[in-house]
Write a protein that binds this ligand. Structure first.
Ligand SMILES: [Fe+2]
Ligand SMILES: [Fe+2]
Length: 462
């Protein structure tokens, strides 16, 4: 026998668990704890006759019995249930026939097939509570909880919210990780291997308050003179992951718009008014493992530095490019999806589902839609967003646009994105060398004009 008690409290619920399977024991405790938490006392047995002895010596002490049928004799099982008397019992067994057999007993237990334990236990315990046989269980107001995919959770480093799982169809939510925890995929897979939807949850009130707290933090950071690049970069990462969570769960709320704008202004402040491409490339070494949030910051900085180099130096241009960088992959919640540059590359990823493919194909359109929800936004930001995967050879997506139809700002943005991806492959990337090596690629439409302007920048013209 092994006793596992939480500190005592007024409404104690004492449960006898009988099983040899530690997985069953853990699952039962996990389900019960979310409702009874500090009030739960469990007593675990591995042997039916020992459990029966316990019932005989401690009559009427338990609120619930959950037992696995352990191929012992039916008469012993009958005795065990007779000793339990009115105490509600749940039997877990692999043979469906047993359900019929125990139904004829004087005190028949509820029945759960072993294979359905994960889905059914919470439901069965809830129905016992509904019938008044055990203290109230489950029932909570779930309107505040929003589902989070593996990807949305993992792009938070550390977590910007407490993470919950929901137990049973109508079950309650149990917190599994606190805000600020740094978690890995393996941590999530312990709870849910298949990334099934609506398994992990966050509280939307917490997402919104994280948004507002971050907005305040950025406002005070804006006052800092000068603003160090690495600090701006760190806050950008946090802001981008918060905005992504809010946008994907609640839409582009005014709060998320304010945070996105503030974050873009902060990144421009860190950039300065005359960004030098070589300096940006030197200082912006890629960071390992967090492409999703991090490459947007690099892209904003690199795009502005390219624009500066070819003489497009207005503040409005910098703002458009930086905002487009912030928004361009916002609807994607996974690094592997955001890394896809052309639809050709998808063939190398047989693991992508049809929904993944759809998300990749549609994300330029979604980002453009998001940008149109902004109040007071320069109109051509949505053009950059919708065109950011078009290619100079006309083989891009979503429209396979001919390079003649790609706008000048979009062409520059696409070239900046290519350069950033090269920085991920090769940390010591030299921009001049990159454009020299790739010059064939950019021989059409606006791409060619930008390439020529980069070779012969206005500042060096005599
Ligand atoms: Fe993209
Ligand atoms: Fe991207």
């Amino acid at each position: 026998m092994n006793m596992d008690a939480q500190p005592s409290s007024p409404v104690e619920i004492k449960v006898l668990i009988l099983t040899k399977d530690t997985k069953i024991e853990q699952h039962v405790k996990f389900v019960l704890k979310h409702s009874y938490w500090n009030n739960l006392v469990t007593i675990t047995f591995e042997d039916l006759s020992e459990a029966a002895d316990h019932l005989e010596q401690n009559p009427n002490q338990l609120q619930l019995i959950i037992f696995e049928h352990l191929s012992s004799s039916l008469s012993l099982l009958k005795t065990f249930l007779a000793l339990a008397q009115e105490t509600p019992a749940i039997m877990i067994a692999s043979e469906p026939k047993l359900q019929e057999t125990v139904r004829s007993f004087e005190f028949p237990p509820a029945f759960i097939h072993r294979n359905e334990l994960e889905q059914k236990l919470s439901e069965v315990v809830q129905s016992l509570a509904k019938d008044g046989k055990i203290p109230p269980f489950g029932e909570t107001d779930d309107r505040d909880y929003v589902p989070m995919s593996h990807g949305s959770i993992l792009q938070n480093r550390p977590l910007n919210f407490d993470l919950y799982v929901r137990l049973g169809g109508e079950g309650r939510f149990i917190k599994i990780f606190n805000q600020s925890s740094v978690i890995e995929l393996a941590d999530l897979e312990k709870y849910n291997k298949t990334n099934s939807p609506r398994f992990f949850f966050a509280k939307q009130s917490q997402l919104l308050s994280a948004n507002q707290e971050q907005l305040k933090r950025l406002e005070s950071l804006q006052k800092q003179q000068p603003l160090p690049l690495q600090e701006a970069r760190k806050e950008y990462d946090t802001s981008a992951s918060i905005v992504r969570d809010v946008v994907n769960q609640l839409g582009f709320t005014p709060e998320a718009q304010a945070l996105a704008k503030s974050c873009v202004s902060m990144s421009l402040k860190a950039l300065g008014t005359k960004p030098k491409l070589a300096v940006i490339l030197r200082d912006l070494k890629r960071k390992e493992g967090d492409y999703l949030v991090n490459h947007s910051f690099m892209l904003g900085q690199v795009a502005c530095a390219l624009a500066q180099k070819i003489g497009w130096t207005s503040t409005k241009t910098f703002f458009r490019l930086s905002l487009a960088a912030f928004l361009h992959d916002i609807s994607l919640d996974r690094e592997d999806l955001a890394k896809i540059e052309t639809l050709e590359e998808v063939k190398d990823h047989p693991e992508f589902s049809s929904i993944d493919l759809l998300n990749i194909k549609l994300h330029p359109i979604k980002s453009a839609d998001y940008s149109r929800q902004f109040s007071e936004i320069p109109s051509d930001v949505d053009t950059i967003l919708i065109q950011h995967h078009e290619r100079p050879d006309g083989e891009g997506f979503p429209k396979k646009l001919s390079s003649k139809l790609v706008s000048p700002l979009s062409a520059l943005f696409i070239m900046a994105h290519d350069l950033v991806n090269q920085m991920y492959k090769e940390p010591e990337t030299n921009a001049d060398l990159f454009f020299l090596v790739n010059s064939e690629r950019y021989q059409s439409g606006q791409f060619r004009k930008i390439l020529l302007a980069l070779r012969d920048p206005p500042a060096t013209k005599k």
